[in-house]
Design a protein around this ligand. Structure first.
Ligand code: LK8
Length: 248
């Protein structure tokens, strides 16, 4: 058959990744649906735009750091991730956690009015003006539109997120072979559920999304470096040790 493992293993693998995704997603899609028309008022938008670059970066960095912690929790429950060496786990998280945050952020978007769930309401790009990173925010919004167009289910997002994280092509891995074996089992899980959902054609599109993610995260690292050089105290104080470990 197509799968070397017995189907039972593949089903168990998918079930544990989907469970972990659900338990580590900061908000459920159905809750966001109920809030989708809660937009910021002109005054509230003005207040965000009046923030200094430093303040707005702090405001976002707290949320991003929080989101990265949830991704670390998600990674720990991916079957096979924990059998990797400590260094390889850190290497995969260093390169992949912001990519998974980005995939998860696409669930927060309302593509009908081009807004994203931020601070309890839905915000357009103008809310992030004081970050002085228009190109980054535009890229984040564009990526989210591309993801939303695929109309992935939560289960498909869970397996896709695991595949984004378990990537044997990452630089400086100690035991690439072992990462490859875990990556192949997650790939089997994703193809299994796409096949079950009769959406085999999505696989090709998801690999294209992964290529876009990698280019986007190069931009993120450049912005994070710019921010931490310009505001060393904030960057230093704000990001907990793990974040520094991941992004230093
Ligand atoms: C409750 N919801 C949340 O907490 C969510 C989850 C994580 C993000 N978050 C937000 O509230 C949120 C939602 C939408 C947007 Cl556009 C933002 C602002 O995003 C960013 C601003 C600054 C830098 C960002 C960088 C950079 F450069 F640091 F790598 C990279 C990413 C991907 N996003 C950045 C944020 Cl912080």
């Amino acid at each position: 058959s197509l799968y070397p493992h017995s189907l039972r293993n593949i089903d168990e693998l998918c079930a544990s990744i989907v469970r972990s995704h659900r338990e580590t997603s900061q908000c459920r899609v159905e809750d966001l649906q109920a809030l989708r028309w809660k937009l910021f008022s002109r005054e509230e938008i003005q207040a965000y735009q009046n923030k200094s670059v430093d303040e707005m970066w702090q405001h976002c960095a707290i949320r991003l750091t929080d989101a990265v912690q949830y991704v670390v929790e998600f990674a720990k429950h991916i079957p096979g991730f924990r059998i990797l060496s400590q260094n390889d786990q850190i290497a995969l998280l260093k390169m992949g956690s912001m990519e998974v945050v980005l995939v998860r952020m696409s669930r927060l978007f309302n593509t009908e009015n081009n807004t994203v769930f931020f601070d309890g309401k839905f915000a357009g790009t103008e809310v992030f003006k004081s970050l002085a990173c228009g190109d980054l925010i535009t890229a984040v919004f564009d990526f989210a539109h591309g993801m939303c167009a695929l109309k992935l289910t939560e289960q498909q997002i869970a397996l896709f997120s695991a595949l984004v994280l378990i990537n044997a092509d990452r630089p400086c891995l100690e035991d690439r072979g072992r990462v490859q074996r875990v990556q192949r089992s997650v790939e089997l899980g994703l193809t299994h559920i796409l096949h079950r959902d009769n959406q085999d054609s999505l696989m090709h599109k998801l690999y294209q999304r992964m290529a876009v993610l990698r280019s986007l995260c190069g931009l993120h690292m450049e912005k994070l470096r710019w921010f931490s050089q310009r505001y060393p105290l904030t960057a230093h104080s704000l990001f907990p040790p793990l974040y520094k470990e991941l992004f230093a």
